[in-house]
Design a protein around this ligand. Structure first.
Ligand code: ZN
Length: 118
């Protein structure tokens, strides 16, 4: 089994509505994203999938979030832009094109959420 991982990041602001603490106030993060693709079979080039394909797809999705106030984006109108919901949005968008396995969202160097459909 092979596991590929692609990393990227974006900067944005958010607030967690209803949170009983300072995260309810407007603040920002640099979110670091890891996207994993797993596979057993290699193509004729010896790859599970071209890193570039995964990287470009991730960048395309992250460009929607980058330097935005996430709470104002249509996808977060009805739910808080938590690391959990960000991970699910990235997973849903990317998996329309690429058979990704899971997405990890690091909200800080010490706090990470991983989403998959397993
Ligand atoms: Zn936050």
């Amino acid at each position: 089994m092979f596991e590929l991982k692609v990393l990227d990041s974006f900067d944005a602001a958010h607030r967690i509505e209803g949170y009983p603490g300072k995260c309810a106030r407007l603040h920002g993060h640099t979110w670091s994203i890891e996207v994993f693709v797993v596979g057993e079979k290699l193509d004729e080039l010896g790859m599970v999938i071209d890193f570039k394909t995964v990287r470009n797809s991730l960048r395309e999705v992250l460009d929607e979030f980058d330097h935005q106030y996430l709470n104002e984006l249509p996808m977060f109108r009805d739910k808080n832009p938590t690391a959990e919901n960000i991970a699910m949005e990235i997973f849903d968008r990317m998996s329309q094109k690429i058979p990704i396995d899971r997405v990890s969202v690091w909200e800080s160097p010490k706090s990470c959420v991983t989403y998959s459909r397993k």
